[in-house]
Write a new protein. Structure first.
Length: 365
């Protein structure tokens, strides 16, 4: 059976990043979708199994100590299937008390204005942390684990089973020490012998620009510390972008509506308006119609893992005055007389303003 390290082409001292890099390169070459040959399929299975073992700290430690010889399914495995233990009295040694901690996930609400460039935020997490009294040893200070009297520290006990093949010796986890090989005579009072306690802690996180509701950020090692001071799991942060009363988004574009007076719509105008990241100049062209969209380039949201920004798109809503003074009415009548407008005629039914705005937003996108 080939060594897992040889299968991946890495040294026994390889880091987890080197193991991942080697696996990804081999997987791209041997994946059945890319290389349909039977030899490649078998190698892909071997490479995947090797990666599954070496990428898990506990499995890798067990493998380095002589466990997990590839799962080839030899004669001893048949007896293990029937009798629940190793064949011929083989010993795998005690199990490690320290184990990897669980992953944790929290949800964080983010304002739309914070999404434009990203922001640093302090968050609170209720999770398991290393016990400050015993530092993960699980023992009361001044004491230490004791060798199990039942298994003698090996973490397993032998059982003799009579079968069709004769007497078979099998190995089972020691019930006295749960397979650890040691017991804790004086458990830490603070953590109850677990090596960890629950605590509400705060941490600073960098919220990247361009995230949307449902985006998840993975912080390796930010999750719960494992039993007996084992390595931390990961922390997953899921974001929810809050509703804004004025601005909405379409991908990395920001969308808004501007009410324009009748005179500005006729003559055109330039005004300063407040955007999410400061003031912008809104240039209203002469003759603008309700439903027209004015695009301000580069004033949208900065894309995730990029310096490119979307646009700010402003839909125009021309506001017709409902009350006019006598002089104003006279001037409008004079304008109407000068323009000699044609009377309205019936035509195909047109959708409302918001439907027109929606269609124009997406047409421009």
């Amino acid at each position: 059976m080939a060594d897992h390290y040889e299968t991946l082409g890495v040294s026994r001292e390889a880091s987890i990043d080197e193991i991942k890099k080697a696996y990804r390169q081999l997987a791209r070459e041997l994946h059945p979708d890319v290389n349909p040959s039977e030899d490649a399929s078998e190698r892909f299975k071997s490479v995947t199994h090797a990666y599954d073992v070496l990428s898990d700290p506990n499995e890798r430690q067990r493998y380095d100590m002589g466990g997990d010889q590839g799962g080839a399914g030899g004669f001893g495995d048949i007896f293990e299937t029937f009798f629940g233990g190793g064949f011929g009295g083989g010993q795998r040694g005690p199990r490690a008390r320290a184990e990897r901690g669980d992953d944790a996930m929290i949800r964080v609400d983010v304002e739309l204005s914070e999404v434009i460039f990203g922001v640093q935020r302090e968050i609170a997490v209720n999770t398991a942390v290393l016990c400050g009294t015993c530092s993960g040893s699980c023992c009361q200070p001044g004491t230490s684990p004791a060798t199990c009297d039942v298994c003698g520290g090996v973490g397993q006990v032998q059982r003799q089973v009579r079968s069709l093949f004769g007497n078979v010796v099998t190995m089972h986890p020691c019930g006295s020490c749960s397979g650890y090989g040691t017991v804790i005579p004086h458990p830490c009072v603070e953590c109850g012998g677990k090596g960890r306690v629950r605590e509400r802690r705060t941490m600073n996180i960098d919220i990247p620009s361009g995230i949307d509701t449902g985006t998840r950020l993975q912080m390796r090692g930010g999750g719960e510390v494992g039993p007996a001071g084992g390595p931390n799991g990961d922390l997953f942060i899921e974001f929810r972008v809050m509703h804004h009363d004025v601005f909405s988004r379409d991908g990395n574009d920001l969308l808004a509506t501007a009410q324009v007076s009748m005179t500005d719509a006729i003559l055109g105008a330039e005004n300063t308006v407040a955007a999410l990241d400061g003031d912008v100049q809104l240039e209203v062209p002469a003759g603008v119609q309700s439903g027209d969209v004015i695009t301000i380039r580069g004033r949208g949201i900065q894309a995730l893992r990029s310096t490119t920004r979307g646009d700010l798109k402003v839909a125009v809503q021309v506001v017709t005055p409902t009350k006019l003074a006598g002089r104003e009415k006279d001037l409008v009548r004079q304008l109407a007389a000068l323009r000699k407008e044609e009377p309205p005629t019936l035509g195909e039914f047109q959708q409302g303003l918001f439907g027109k705005i929606r269609d124009r937003f997406f047409r421009q996108g």
